[in-house]
Design a protein around this ligand. Sequence first.
Ligand code: IFM
Length: 498
Amino acid sequence: MTDPHALLAARFPADFRFGVATSAYQIEGSLDADGRGPSIWDTFASRANAIERGETAAIACDHYRRWRDDIELIASLGVDSYRFSIAWPRIQPTGRGPVNEAGLAFYDRLVDGLLAKGIRPFPTLYHWDLPQALEDEGGWATRDTAERYAEYAALVADRLGDRVGEWSLFNEPYIFTSRGYLLGRYAPGKRSLRGFLRSVHTVVRAHALGYRAIKAVQPHLKVGSVFAMAPVEPATTSDADIEAARYGDALFNRIFIDPLMQGAYPQAFLDGVPIRALDIQEGDMAAIHTPLDFIGVNCYYRLIISAGEQLPDDLPLLFFGIRADTRGTGGHADFTVTQDTVTSLLSAFGRSEGERTEMGWEIWPRALHDVLVSLNIQYPGLPLHVCESGCAFADKPGDDGIVHDESRIAYHRAHLSSVADAIGAGANVRSYHAWSLYDNFEWASGYRPRFGIVHVDYKSQRRTLKQSAEWYREMIRAAAATRTMVITRSPADRPAYR
Ligand code: IFM
């Protein structure tokens, strides 16, 4: 077997799924169609300087209108899983009340269309587009939003649960709470430590309530969530750096997973925050303990953390500046994030040695293996899904009309190999989704970063398969061929392996 596709493909179990991923706000467009209500990203994008070049998601990839052709394109790749998200403002335009039938019908058709092609619909219920009406009442920083979310989750599961078996509750809660409520870089653009901590606790509660609400509708449904994760390495072996890394791991990887899976926030996180600001109420922690049926992993880099450069003796400052700003106030004051804090936060992500993508993220395929294996050590046998893996490069069709994105091929090859290594080490990884199917609206960066394996010309909406898409299709084809290989030798001829 010398075909390199086959060599890689053969390292995955027969029932492993290869897929592609998108999210509603990043591709759909049609923001006013069929009764959709405004979301926090509509509001945020209309602010001056919030999004690079003032771009908006008004049209994006026009997927809301082109979904039929898009399903054909997805099917042509040979994938058997499509991860997408459902836009809450299409289902409940104000975040509460009955289903907006026209909005739900879109996802109903999408699910049927995927199933007709033999593709698993793998939806995420929340990929950052909160109905603006709920933000007007405080958004995720308000306790009640968890209850609203659970109602929404139940409504959708009730309508699609006869055809959709696996549900992701949230996408990357750490990213949208920290960038949205602490750093102000994402919608709703707030900068408050108290708001951030409250949003963390509300989103943890929303996970638990959403999980239970979906199970109450249909107990057999599998319910998990998708987390941004990264292995954390201390920059040196000094005690201070190791301690900083421990804190970084608690914050980045575990503030959402630990309370759900184990019923408690990581101690390193609790040690670093003004605990009362989390607004934990009696009975919350017991109610929150809802071990997920699977964990989705989005791993784009590793984190190398050093306590030294920015804040020698006060580790949480590396991320927040909490202790310095709350010292002398009993630890319960609010904290306004300054530009310095933002810069210091970002530089914690920036020190590394590998090559970088257009996002400035270090390419470090081993990171994915390390995250998957450590999750398996902590939660042995738990099904894991790689829900996003991918890279942005400044690629465009050449004179020959072809997008020669060799770097992206190398990226996916290396990351798939890393997943295969994790499976070899015992991790129960069930699927891999290339982020993204299409070049799309990359939040505050607008349309500049192109993550797609399919190029989108935003003027004509022409989709062009990049070479990475062709490569992925060949790899999937090779995997299918491996699966149908028939061994014709008689049992007596089989070599004995010990
Ligand atoms: O585009 C995002 C996606 O919405 C969430 N995960 C990371 C991607 C790349 O930044």
